[in-house]
Design a protein around this ligand. Structure first.
Ligand code: GRF
Length: 222
C-alpha cells in the first residue's frame, strides 16, 4: 500500500528541544500541554548535562528521546566539543525552537547562532530585576512586594534577552525563600506553556526589544 500523505487537517506541530539540569517541572508542564493539544508543538529531544536529572526520567516516562551529554570540565558553561554535540543532537532531531527549562549552563554564541532568535528561557523573577542565581531569594532580600517569572529570548548576556511574557506573584509577609520559590514555580508552569503556544501559533511580533502578541493575566498566586 502506498504511504498516505499527512492529513491536511492535522495542525503542524512546532518541533521543540528542551534542555534542563534539574527536576523538570517546567518540562513536565510543557510536554503535557503539548500532548493534550493545548500547545501546537511537540518535544522531539530532551537533553541534560546532569546524568541523574529528573527531567530525563520524566522524558523517558513519556516516551520522549532523552539524552545525557557530558558538559566537559567547566562548571558554568559547556566545553566547545560538548556544545557542538548538543547542537548536533538538536539539529538531527529537526528542532526548530530550543526551550531552556532549568539548564544551568551559559550557552555561547556558537550555540545561539545555530538557532538564531529561537532559544527561550524562563527565569524566576520579573526581569530586568534580579537576574542570575536564586532570583526569588534576591527579591525577598530586596524587600519587593511583587515578583514573578519571565520568559525571554536568550542572548549572550545573563537573562538579558527580549521579554516574551511575564506573570506576577505577590510577596507575602510570612514568605520564606522556599515558599516564595514554590509559588513562583507554580506560576512558571502556567506561563511557559502559554508563551510557547503563542510562539507555535506565530503570534509574537518583534519591534526591537519590544514584543507584541502575548499577554496573560497573572495566575492566581496562592
Ligand atoms: C525554574 O524554576 C526556572 O525558573 C529556572 O530553573 C528552574 C527549573 O526548575 N530557570 P524545573 O527543573 O523546571 O523544575
Amino acid at each position: 500500500m502506498k504511504p498516505q500523505p499527512p492529513s491536511s487537517s492535522a495542525p503542524r506541530l512546532l518541533r521543540l528541544g528542551v534542555l534542563g539540569s534539574g527536576k523538570g517541572s517546567n518540562f513536565v508542564a510543557l510536554a503535557d500541554a503539548c500532548a493534550a493539544g493545548q500547545v501546537a508543538a511537540q518535544v522531539v529531544s530532551v537533553l541534560s548535562d546532569v546524568e541523574a536529572a529528573g527531567i530525563l526520567d520524566h522524558a523517558r516516562t513519556r516516551g520522549l528521546p532523552a539524552t545525557f551529554i557530558s558538559p566537559g570540565k567547566f562548571r558554568t558553561k559547556l566545553e566547545d566539543d560538548a556544545e557542538s554535540e548538543y547542537v548536533r543532537n538538536l539539529q538531527n532531531a529537526g528542532v526548530e525552537w530550543v526551550v531552556l527549562a532549568g539548564f544551568m549552563r551559559i550557552l555561547k554564541g556558537g550555540f545561539l547562532r545555530s538557532f538564531p532568535g529561537r532559544v527561550v528561557n524562563i527565569h524566576p523573577s520579573l526581569l530586568p530585576a534580579f537576574p542570575g542565581l536564586e532570583a526569588w531569594r534576591q527579591a525577598l532580600d530586596h524587600g519587593v512586594k511583587v515578583t514573578g517569572c519571565t520568559v525571554h529570548l536568550v542572548d549572550e548576556g545573563v537573562d538579558s534577552g527580549p521579554i516574551l511574557g511575564q506573570a506576577t506573584v505577590p510577596v507575602l509577609d510570612d514568605d520564606t525563600p522556599a515558599s516564595l520559590h514554590a509559588r513562583i514555580q507554580e506560576a512558571e508552569r502556567h506561563l511557559y506553556p502559554a508563551v510557547i503556544a503563542a510562539i507555535a501559533q506565530d503570534r509574537i511580533r518583534f519591534d526591537g526589544r519590544r514584543t507584541r502578541g502575548f499577554s496573560m493575566n497573572a495566575p492566581s498566586a496562592r
